[in-house]
Design a protein around this ligand. Structure first.
Ligand SMILES: Nc1ncnc2c1ncn2[C@@H]1O[C@H](COP(=O)(O)OP(=O)(O)O)[C@@H](O)[C@H]1O
Ligand SMILES: CC(=O)N[C@@H](CCC(=O)OP(=O)(O)O)C(=O)O
Length: 295
């Protein structure tokens, strides 16, 4: 392959961004519906390998909700969600771990390595990477909030960043499955968006990029003309209470808020269905998607 003369400009135009982002940590949350198509999957992973080759420090946190649902179905189990979180009994947490760690994580690692990256798979139990405790779901009823036990679902207590930093310093791409280890060694199933937010905050990442299956946040998500290129904490809270941001978008917005509160510099919700959206976000002044910013 040869880069044509008229394409050289693109490389030169990227120069200021390459130099600004060299050595910077970029956490990419990849999952859900943006991960279902194989061709698109490779495009997303190419972008991640590109970042590493350009001297950035990408870290991948992945989901795999649809994969867990499919494996549960094959085992004759129904999936039930409360406040966007999977109700996770003992058998479900075992199947979720098989899907996330055994299937999705190894598949992403294999693909990244075939594309020239040095990817290494991790989950919350590796060197106690993600210490977790039981999470109780918030359920709103008649204006009151009730806390509901949904089984082996965890909240991140602590991210042990030493292992991640050790790998980044040695040019590896850490690929993290969203499981956690409890104080008694129990396994927790954790929402991947929350893990990404906590990891980005703990690493003080330059950017958290949350890939999803829409352009970004809409003030009214039935009306594309209400797309928001920036969203403050205050506005996010208002839209969540009003119900304009709902379902799977809530943990994404909350992850951005927790990342910024933890020390991450910038957070963006971008369209994972659009080819090379990661590169477009990093290598342009305008960016793509919705940036979540402090008030
Ligand atoms: N205000 C909003 N703006 C955009 N999307 C929203 C909004 N509120 C809810 N959504 C929904 O959130 C979905 C993304 O969440 P989810 O399906 O869990 O993501 P993923 O599968 O990418 O992890 C979108 O497809 C959209 O239907
Ligand atoms: C507690 C909880 O709900 N955990 C999620 C973990 C996977 C996930 O978050 O995957 P996506 O990013 O693909 O949605 C689940 O069981 O589906």
């Amino acid at each position: 392959m040869q880069i044509k003369n008229n394409e050289m400009n693109i490389l030169v135009e990227a120069l200021p961004y390459l130099s600004a982002f060299k050595g910077k940590t970029v956490v990419v949350k990849y999952g859900g519906n943006a991960m279902l198509n194989d061709d698109l999957k490779n495009k997303v992973l190419e972008d991640i390998v590109f970042l590493r080759c350009a001297g950035m420090r990408p870290v991948v946190v992945h989901g795999g909700g649809p994969e867990i649902t499919a494996m549960l179905k094959a085992a004759g189990k129904k999936s039930e969600f409360i406040s966007g979180l999977r109700v996770t009994d003992k058998e479900t947490v075992e199947i979720a771990e098989l899907a996330l760690v055994g299937k999705t994580n190894t598949d992403l690692v294999r693909r990244l390595n075939m594309l020239g990256g040095k990817a290494i798979g991790l989950n919350g139990k590796d060197a106690k990477l993600i210490e977790a405790r039981k999470h109780l779901a918030d359920v709103y009823e008649n204006g009151q909030v009730n806390l509901v036990d949904i089984g082996f679902v965890g909240t991140v207590e602590k991210v042990n960043t030493d292992l991640i930093n050790l790998l980044l310093e040695n040019d590896y791409i850490p690929v993290i499955a969203p499981t956690g280890i409890g104080p008694d060694g129990e396994t927790y199933n954790i929402n991947a968006d929350s893990v990404a937010g906590e990891v980005a905050g703990a690493l003080k990442a330059e950017k958290l990029l949350m890939l999803t299956d829409v352009r970004g946040i809409y003030e009214d998500h039935k009306d594309e003309s209400t797309f928001l290129s920036t969203l403050t904490f205050e506005k996010a809270q208002e839209l969540i209470v009003k119900g304009s941001i709902d379902g799977g978008m809530i943990p994404k917005v909350k992850a951005c808020i927790s990342a910024l509160s933890g020390g991450a510099v910038k957070t963006h919700i971008i369209d994972g269905r659009q080819e090379h959206s990661i590169l477009q976000e990093i290598f342009s002044d305008e960016g793509v998607g919705t940036e979540v910013v402090r008030d």
